[in-house]
Design a protein around this ligand. Structure first.
Ligand code: ATP
Length: 599
């Protein structure tokens, strides 16, 4: 096809905002193309050179395009600038200037493949002298283009094509062209797109092999799969009812979703939820994933969370968000914001495509695939199958206490395959809406310590903290804290604590955790945290809100203050903690009601 013909279609598309009309115009275009031209034209029409996930950019700024246009039309750059000020669109300016300044030799930009080739060359020019090279290429293209062609070329290189041609409309048009517009066919086409994320591949396969040919589109390492999405539930009971009484519950980590593609040899590729390549942002995962995943090629999915490697505590979302989109200081950020990648699904296991297997089978594969001690940066998502609201609630409480934002209920029924790009009740999210940060600090008593790892090896990495219950005269645990200690404090901890070490759990301490070292309750530290939640492990104010559940402080952090002026029995009491919890619940009443229908 000649580029001039494509431009005529673009004029039609630009002249309508009606989806039906667009769909018709596009399907006519698709029918008129040769098979080899299909991918290029579909990308170009969306303002792209390659499928979106490849992130290919032209790197052409306004100033560069202005210079190329000035060169071609023989007017001063200042004239071009003035013209754009009036027209508001460099594309229109190009059209008008070329019309009023006819060039010798100007005829047509050529065929679609010819134009596409030059555009790719523009995108690929990089390094020293690349700006000049880009101008030269663009000028040569504009130099032989008709004015209308020039308008679209300029808009394309500047990323302002905006024909309104979206993926869904292209899928409709493909269904019209290759499946007589029938609904079933449309579904199959969309499914193929969800697996390949590449309209070019889908269109070419359709043109060559018809609808049945789509089945042959394979999962390919380096080509992302559109993520399966979750529905919501009003309560855990509601969630279970939708799952026919039984589901796999997983921690819902509050981080960044990543899809990791591991080729048989070489570095993994990481994709974000939006299918952008984000590999460079997580160099440690590129190093560690191959150690943790036993079989390759593989495509796995999970949530990447910031974590305190010593205590294992998950950090709030704000931490990992510091690493998102970062291009500089990558090494420093790797140190400052360590991450752990919690895997929750597998799509490709060796050469086996496993998306169509039911979830329990995929989970079993994932458990085999992940080497338990392969890397401390890669772990399995915590999971538990539950068939009662009580069990689900307990798991939910634990998830919250461990720093997650809720749980994901996942169907384990026949048919629970991985549904790329679809949102449905096969996955149901249930989260505790975030309440405001705890207004007050809490003075907690050290009752135990956990050995440090990594940078904290040979020292204490985290402390088990309790509040005081004067009625029962005992110390009830409410968190494990590892954050907020600077290096000096950490180094001084063993000396400071050793005189309180005791060989067994002191009778006056109540907790569901077993630390590496028990401590006689003596030392008081001031802590801050995000909020209080219910926990099946901690025992502060146990039974007061719900049978079996105590209170836990989420995201605890040492403020740096040693309350040497306080004895253990002067610490915050369980009753005070309960008061804080209740005031927090009142502020977020609807969320809390939804969270604990059992009361
Ligand atoms: P959505 O992804 O549903 O459009 P969203 O981006 O706002 O919505 P959430 O509502 O927080 O995300 O919930 C879904 C997300 O939860 C998933 O996309 C994934 O990133 C994350 N997640 C955390 N833990 C899990 C898990 N165990 N299984 C699946 N997803 C998980």
């Amino acid at each position: 096809m000649q580029f001039a013909e494509l431009v005529q279609t673009y004029e039609k598309l630009a002249g309508t905002s009606k989806r039906l009309e667009m769909r018709k115009t596009l399907s006519e275009l698709i029918r008129a193309l040769r098979v080899e031209e299909l991918p290029e034209v579909l990308y170009l029409s969306q303002g792209l050179l390659r499928p979106e996930y490849e992130g290919v950019e032209l790197g052409v700024a306004d100033s560069l395009a202005r210079r190329a246009l000035a060169q071609v039309s023989g007017v001063a750059e200042e004239t071009v600038r003035r013209h754009v000020k009036e027209s508001g669109d460099l594309g229109l300016t190009a059209e008008e200037l070329l019309r009023s300044h006819p060039r010798s030799g100007g005829s047509t930009a050529g065929s679609v493949p010819e134009v596409y080739h030059v555009l790719r060359e523009i995108a690929e020019a990089s390094g020293d002298g690349s700006q000049e090279r880009k101008i030269e290429l663009l000028a040569s293209l504009l130099g032989r283009a008709e004015p209308t062609e020039a308008k679209y070329i300029v808009r394309f290189v500047l990323g302002t094509l905006r024909l309104g041609v979206r993926e869904m409309t292209i899928l409709d048009a493909l269904a019209d062209a290759f499946a007589e517009g029938n609904k079933e066919g449309r579904k199959r086409i969309e499914a193929a797109f969800n697996v390949s994320s590449d309209l070019g591949v889908v269109a070419q396969t359709l043109a060559r092999k018809g609808l049945d040919g789509l089945e042959e589109i394979r999962l390919t390492v380096g080509r992302p799969v559109r993520p399966m999405l979750a529905e919501r539930a009003a309560s855990l009971e509601d969630l279970l009812t939708r799952m026919e009484g039984k589901a796999a519950f997983e921690y819902k980590y509050d981080g960044l979703r990543l899809q990791a593609h591991l080729p048989e040899h070489g570095e993994p590729v990481l994709f974000s939820r939006r299918l952008e390549r984000v590999s460079a942002q997580f160099p440690e995962l590129l190093r560690e994933l191959p150690k943790a995943i036993r079989r390759r090629p593989a495509i796995v999915e999970g949530e990447c969370v910031s974590v305190d490697l010593d205590s294992g505590e998950l950090q709030p979302f704000q931490e990992i968000s510091r690493r998102r989109g970062r291009k500089y200081d990558l090494e420093r950020m790797e140190e400052e914001v360590p991450v752990r990648f919690f895997l929750f699904d597998v799509l490709l296991d060796g050469d086996e495509e496993v998306m169509r297997e039911d979830f329990p089978a995929r989970r079993a594969r994932l458990e085999k695939l992940v080497h338990p001690s392969g890397s401390d940066r890669v772990a399995l998502a915590t999971q538990q199958v539950a068939d009662s609201a009580a069990a689900a609630t307990q798991f939910f409480d634990q998830a919250i206490a461990d720093g997650c934002e809720g749980v994901m209920g996942k169907s384990i029924a026949p048919g629970s395959s991985y549904r790329a790009g679809a949102r449905g009740f096969w996955w149901i999210k249930y989260k505790r809406e975030y309440t405001q940060a705890l207004a007050d600090t809490i003075d907690g008593v050290v009752v135990g310590a956990f050995a440090g790892r990594g940078r904290r090896a040979g020292r204490w990495g985290a402390l088990l903290m309790a509040v005081y219950n004067p009625d029962a005269d005992r110390f009830e645990s409410f968190c494990k804290v590892g954050s907020g200690f600077d290096d000096e404090t950490l180094a001084a901890l063993p000396k400071r604590l050793n005189e309180f070490e005791v060989p067994a759990a002191p009778a006056e301490v109540l907790t569901g955790l077993v630390p590496d070292q028990w401590m006689r309750p003596s030392i008081v530290l001031e802590l801050r945290g995000a909020e209080l939640s219910l926990s099946p492990i901690h025992r502060a104010a146990v039974d007061a809100v719900r049978p079996g559940a105590g209170l836990a402080l989420r995201f605890p952090r040492f403020t740096g203050k040693w309350r040497d002026d306080k004895k253990a029995s002067d610490a915050t009491t369980s009753a005070e903690l309960l008061g804080l919890y209740r005031s927090q619940v009142r502020q977020s009443a609807p969320a809390e009601e939804a969270e604990s229908p059992a009361g």
